[in-house]
Design a protein. Structure first.
Length: 71
């Protein structure tokens, strides 16, 4: 059995929609936050500066599952 540190992997993307859209919708029932102009944030972030981090957990049966998102 892998240790938790060996099973967890965090990756950074400019747009993580293809990796974490199901996680966001399943947790919050909202569309995935994609980089775009005028998203309504208090501090505007241009799409080219947008970063999202996704935490992946590798299950014993060898598939990766998205388990967390930092926008």
């Amino acid at each position: 059995m892998k240790s938790f540190d060996d099973a967890l992997h965090v990756a950074t993307f400019q747009n993580a929609q293809s990796f974490a859209a199901d996680l966001v919708y399943g947790s919050f029932a909202i569309a995935f936050p994609v980089p775009r102009e005028n998203v309504g944030l208090s501090i505007s972030t241009p799409p080219e500066n947008w970063r999202q981090q996704v935490a992946f957990y590798k299950r014993p049966e060898a598939h990766l599952e998205a388990v967390g998102l930092c926008n």
